[in-house]
Write a protein that binds this ligand. Structure first.
Ligand SMILES: [Zn+2]
Length: 441
């Protein structure tokens, strides 16, 4: 890839800039895979010209990864005090005129649809809906910070010529949240979001290439309010300084309504994209006339902190495919355990083991002798984190001989013990296959 190849940041919910590749060399110390090729080979997703480019569909194994990722995020958000909502993917044009998207962002939006004299558009972001959800009830300062989260659809009118795979899509499922808070709470909320991002990256095995403080550039695409920009930038700078994370400030990468912290990832060619983001926004609370009742009984303006932990599920899964080449951590793997009966005689035991896995919430399947020699079946199942070989001896003793994806072959152990151990590792959402030992729940 030539230096300066222009890549668009898709996953960042509030990014509207082209991004330039910054790396001459791949930053990962292992080769990264092309998620488009591998995603099709592994049966994770695909596209159909009749659905259209930039509109991939998810096959069952891809849907398992996506669902697992979404559940991880919802669980992490629940633990962090977020409340989940659902909101529609359409809104009236007027909504985006108020939010500022219409004047600053309409190049990336689908054209409006006329419906009985009204114009509705596919939403380019979730913020306006969440602002209206906040506004629908009165709020006391005691309720703040109010953290509203949604894994919701949004749309971007990408040109067909630049689409491919899961990274440049027209329909985006975004891990989004908006925290409505007082000015005093902004720093702690932004820092908390950065910590959530760090924990998610550890669980997923994602390494950021850098943290970026994204500032406005020249030109009229940013809302004109110098004092607002100065304050929001000072807050995010302070959060980054306190975090101890190295970062660089880059002009021209802010959202139209405010500066942001972007967590950048890169693909095998070194092309950079934003996966996660934390943003401070004084603009939309003003535009939507949001308020809360303060301790003094008066009306006060909240601040909106926009944040996304894994960005869009499309880009997150694309990146995971590229990082792991299909050998996903056990908790994400479409098939976690492949059960290998040595002969037909052990087939009933193998099928019973798969049923026990299902009861434990584990994803297992049998690969029987009809699929070839044991050696061939072991090779065919090489992407599965665990293989359970069942010969005559294991069948008789209700045992399994586990083979781990990294090549380790364990001594036969009681089947119940093996499944409980795998279930614990999966529940811990660790990238470790067997060690370090995890605590039993
Ligand atoms: Zn937002």
């Amino acid at each position: 890839m030539p230096r300066g190849f222009v890549v668009r940041s898709l996953a960042s919910p509030h990014t509207e800039r082209e991004e330039t590749a910054m790396h001459d060399h791949p930053i990962h110390d292992h080769p990264m895979h092309d998620h488009r090729k591998l995603g099709r080979e592994l049966g994770l997703f695909d596209t159909d010209p009749l659905i259209g480019s930039g509109l991939p569909y998810w096959l069952p194994d891809g849907a398992v990864i996506r669902h697992t990722l979404e559940e991880y995020i919802r669980d992490a958000e629940r633990r962090a005090g977020y409340r989940h909502v659902y909101s529609p993917v359409l809104g009236k044009r007027e909504l985006y005129e108020i939010s500022g998207h219409w004047s600053h962002y309409s190049d990336d939006m689908f054209p409006p649809m006329d419906l009985g004299g009204e114009q509705v558009v596919l939403r380019p972001s979730l913020c306006p809906h969440h602002a209206l959800i906040y506004r629908s009830r009165s709020h006391s300062y005691r309720e703040l910070p109010l953290r509203v989260a949604e894994l919701g659809g949004m749309y971007r009118s990408e040109l067909s010529g630049v689409l491919g795979g899961l990274t440049r899509v027209r329909a985006i499922q975004l891990n989004d949240a908006h925290i409505f808070c007082t000015l005093d709470q902004v720093a702690a909320e932004a820092a908390g979001a950065l910590e959530m991002i760090g924990r998610a990256y550890a669980a997923l095995g994602i390494r950021p290439v850098r943290h970026r403080l994204s500032l406005p550039g020249a030109g009229g695409k940013y809302v004109a309010a110098p004092e607002m920009w100065r304050r929001a930038t000072a807050m995010l700078t302070d959060v980054l300084d306190r975090s101890g994370l190295p970062y660089e400030a880059v002009e021209g990468e802010a959202a139209f309504y405010g500066p942001k912290i972007d967590v950048q990832i890169a693909d095998g060619a070194g092309r950079e994209a934003t996966l996660s983001t934390v943003q401070v926004d004084f603009h939309q609370p003003e535009q939507f006339d949001l308020h809360y009742i303060g301790p003094d009984g008066g009306r006060h303006r909240p601040v909106m902190v926009h944040r996304s932990i894994i960005g869009s599920v499309e880009r997150a899964v694309a990146h995971l495919i590229e990082v792991y080449g299909g050998a996903f951590p056990a908790w994400l793997a479409p098939t976690q355990l492949v059960v290998l009966p040595v002969t037909e005689a052990e087939l009933p035991r193998a099928e019973a083991l798969v049923r026990r896995c299902a009861e434990l919430g584990l994803r297992a399947e049998v690969s029987g002798p009809e699929h070839g020699s044991l050696g061939a079946r072991v090779r065919a199942a090489r992407l599965a984190p665990y293989q359970a070989v069942i010969g005559a001896k294991e069948a008789a003793g209700d045992e399994v001989a586990l083979r781990l994806r990294d090549g380790r072959a364990l001594d036969a152990m009681p089947a119940a013990e093996a499944l409980a151990r795998i279930a614990d590792l999966v529940a811990a959402r660790t990238t470790a296959l067997w060690e370090p030992a995890v605590q039993r729940a």
